[in-house]
Write a protein that binds this ligand. Sequence first.
Ligand SMILES: [Zn+2]
Length: 148
Amino acid sequence: MTRPQSRILPQVTADSRAFWSGGAEGELRIYRCHNCGRWFHPPVGVCFRCRSRDVAPEAASGRATVAALTVNHHPWFGEVFPPPYVVAIVELAEQPDVRLTTQIVDCPVEDVHIGMPVEVDFEQHDDVWVPVFRPAASTTATRNGGNQ
Ligand SMILES: [Zn+2]
C-alpha cells in the first residue's frame, strides 16, 4: 500500500512532544512511571495507576503485536490518503496493555492479521514524526538464528 502524502497532524502538547518527536532519533518514546515501573499511553504528567508524578518518556523497543484492525476502503481524505489502508491497535512488546492506534504500512492490507508481529517506523510531516508500524523484519531471521 502506498503511504499518504500528508496527514492530519496532532496538536503537540508539552506532555506529548516526546511521543511525536521521538522519530527524529528513531525512538518510540512512551511515558514510564519511575515509581511503579509501568509504561502508559497516552502521555500525561501523572501515572494513572499509582498517581506518582515521577514519570518521563523512555524509548520503547518499537516492537508490537497487532491486537485489532480494520481495513478502510472509503476515500475520506481523497488522493492525499488513498484507500485501502489498515487502521490497527497494536500492543507494545514491553507491556501488552499499552496500546497505540496506528496504521500498518509496507504490507498488502489482506496480509495484516491479529497476532502479527510488527515494528515501528516513522513518517515525518513538518515537525511531527507519526509512528506507524510495518511487518517485523526479524521474524524469519530470528527463527534461523539471526539477530536482525
Ligand atoms: Zn506508577
